[in-house]
Design a protein around this ligand. Structure first.
Ligand code: ADP
Ligand code: MG
Length: 631
């Protein structure tokens, strides 16, 4: 959502239109889920077997065909080199970031790839994570269209709360490639909280405990007037249900080696053990015990495991998640009993030991009536409906783009950076540029670019009645406040005198998300160029300030200079003005330095005179006092 000025009460809502149905998508590391909400009731889209989970796995064949989901994960065992899984871990990562992870990832990186973007080598192709994610989203869109019998054009897509700008824009780009318009990216914990209707619940603190396949996230949300702020996040990007599988598989393999008298484990046995372990684990969430068989090359081994035995195997990992919860609460300065509610997210929270330990730690039963592996998609679907059909509970949790004001030279000074949780108020101090300046133009802008004219102009207003002071002496405090409804109010106050002005800026739907994505992309493409422009603009402002200062010094104290000195100073001033007209930053600095040199002794003489006149002033005052005293 972008912020623009609107007449109060006249904010138009977008209409449900030919852009297609709007769904909620949980684009997970292990599994993805699509849901849709109609008239406030959400439903998860399921396949013929009743499963809503689509494995986030893509298989590529040499003939160019792409398969996503369960069919693709089957290929994972036989032809792993053609399959990509867990690609979410690479979203927004540069080639450099990923080097450190090498060997721990379930795919081969394309070392030959040029530039910063990571690439994967799979079935003779070189693919970016964005393209792989787009393939998953394309498949989800197709499956949704089939089951809904209509076009799906828009979606709310969830992302981990810790996703940075790069990972968020990578997700948006993937959606765009897949032909999906992103209504909004919503934080996963926020979506889960929405699914439970916590936006209508009591204000306070909520924790979202998300244990998925390969990742653990704990988030602390503060709910206020239906708006969630992510207060703190923590977790471990390499801790999840997969680790439970490994513990059980190792146990099974040790048993098998003993039973069959084998000294060595073959790769096939390891794979089979892992698959069996996963089945056993999931089974033990609802049953007390079971028996499983591992058969490789006709050699069978039998394995009995009960819930207690399983819990002993995974206790250390579950303890670690609780430890991470404790850390996050401590960082936020919160006690477990201050947390009003705990939401369980992720397939691995079906494990009874996990539920028990979470309940113990927070001292209350966690919310778990919605399927933990579907709850994020449900929240996303509710949000998608709210954003398209229009409801008065439009939920904003962060500012989508930076908000700032224009300063001298057309430079933007950001006051509230993008992705700042709202409501929020932030202030920044500015000062006057010229001696005796009595008014200031405030130009409010939104966007990521460095220069004002490349951002979106939201409002202009003027602060009048600044008492005359020397340049740089006034203290103008500009405050940006974005409230729970996304309304921006900007106020400016001269703090020494209290002169104040303010203007309300209201949200509008004037810009599409595509345009917003474009603005974000532009800001990245132009980041370097922008920096150059900004530095040049700053150098010009500095140079002009120097010339102004010399000019007003000349007006006051010409008589301190010889004709030659005066000529030299004028020449140096002309030099600065010429340099400012050009685009060479070094030339500007050199000219300013030359001006400094030419005026150094003049400045010293002025200082002497200033001190003398100040002393003289004192004696005059005293004299006057004496005169008054006599009266
Ligand atoms: P992600 O958010 O990483 O995409 P999910 O939330 O779908 O992942 O969780 C996947 C994990 O949940 C897997 O490790 C899977 O084995 C585990 N899981 C799913 N169902 C159960 C169950 N009934 N009992 C225990 N673990 C389960
Ligand atoms: Mg998840």
């Amino acid at each position: 959502m972008l912020l623009q000025i609107h007449e109060p009460g006249e904010t138009p809502l977008p209409h449900a239109d030919e852009r297609g149905l709007a769904v909620g998508i949980d684009l997970g590391t292990t599994n993805s889920v699509v849901a849709i909400a109609l008239d406030g009731s959400p439903a998860v889209l399921r396949n013929a077997e009743g499963s809503g989970l689509v494995p986030s796995v893509v298989a590529y064949s040499e003939d160019g065909s792409v398969v996503v989901g369960k069919e693709a994960s089957k290929q994972l065992l036989d032809r792993p080199e053609t399959v990509v899984s867990s690609v979410k871990r690479l979203m927004g990562r540069g080639a450099g970031d990923v080097k450190a992870l090498a060997g721990t990832l379930p795919f081969v990186l394309d070392e030959a790839a040029e530039g910063g973007m990571v690439r994967l080598k799979v079935a003779g192709r070189s693919l970016t994570p964005v393209e792989v994610s787009a393939d998953i989203l394309r498949a989800l869109k197709a499956k949704a269209e089939e089951s809904l019998d209509g076009t799906v054009g828009r979606a709310v897509i969830t992302v981990p709360a810790y996703f940075d700008d790069a990972a968020r824009s990578a997700t948006k780009d993937a959606a765009k490639l897949a032909g999906i318009e992103v209504l909004r990216l919503v934080n996963e914990p926020t979506a889960a909280a929405l699914a439970y209707g916590l936006d209508n619940a009591a204000e306070g603190l909520y924790a979202v405990y998300d244990l998925g396949g390969g990742t653990f996230d704990i988030s602390l949300l503060r709910m206020e007037k239906g708006v969630f702020q992510v207060l703190a996040t923590g977790g471990d990007a390499a801790l999840g249900g997969d680790d439970f599988d490994h513990e059980v598989a190792e146990y099974f393999l040790a048993e098998r080696a003993r039973e069959l008298g084998e000294a060595q484990i073959t790769p096939d046995e390891a794979k089979q053990a892992l698959m069996t372990a996963r089945l056993a684990k999931e089974c033990l969430s609802s049953r007390d015990s079971g028996e499983w068989v591992i058969e490789v090359d006709g050699r069978q081994s039998r394995h009995v495991l009960d819930r207690n035995g399983f819990e002993a195997l995974i206790a250390a990992e579950v303890d670690r998640t609780i430890e991470l919860c404790r850390n996050v609460l401590e960082d936020a300065g919160v006690q477990p009993q201050d947390v009003h509610g705990v939401v369980l997210v992720g397939g691995s929270t079906r494990v009874p030991l996990v539920r028990r330990r979470v309940a113990e730690f927070f001292g209350k039963e966690p919310l778990a009536d919605i399927n933990p592996d579907e709850v994020v998609a449900v929240g996303a679907a509710l949000q998608a409906e709210a954003l398209t059909v229009g409801s008065d509970t439009l939920l904003l949790d962060v500012t989508p783009l930076s908000l700032g004001i224009e300063t001298m030279g057309g430079i933007v000074e950001k006051v509230i950076p993008r992705n700042t949780p709202i409501p929020v108020a932030m202030a920044q101090e500015f000062t006057t540029y010229q001696d005796g300046q009595s008014a200031m133009a405030i130009h409010v802008l939104q966007g990521e670019r460095e220069m004002a004219d490349q951002n979106r102009s939201l409002a202009r207003f003027e602060l009048h009645g600044i008492p005359p002071m020397t340049a740089g002496a006034a203290r103008i405090r500009v405050t940006f406040a974005v409230d729970a409804d996304g309304l921006l109010t900007v106020s400016a106050e001269e703090t020494t005198t209290g002169v104040e002005q303010h203007v309300a800026v209201k949200p509008s739907y004037g810009l599409t998300d595509d345009e917003m994505a474009q603005m974000l992309r532009d800001s990245m493409e132009h980041a370097r160029e922008d920096m150059e422009t900004r530095l040049l603009a700053e150098a010009r402002v500095e140079a002009r300030r120097a010339v102004l200062a010399v000019r007003s010094a000349l007006d006051a104290d010409q008589d301190l200079l010889s004709d030659d000195e005066r000529t030299a100073i004028h020449a140096a001033m002309n030099g600065v003005e010429e340099a400012v007209a050009g685009v060479d930053r070094d030339a500007i600095s050199a000219a300013v330095e030359a001006l400094d040199g030419a005026t150094r002794s003049f400045a010293e003489r002025r200082m002497d005179r200033g001190i003398r006149s100040a002393l003289a002033g004192v004696s005059v005052d005293r004299l006057e006092n004496k005169v008054e005293g006599r009266d």
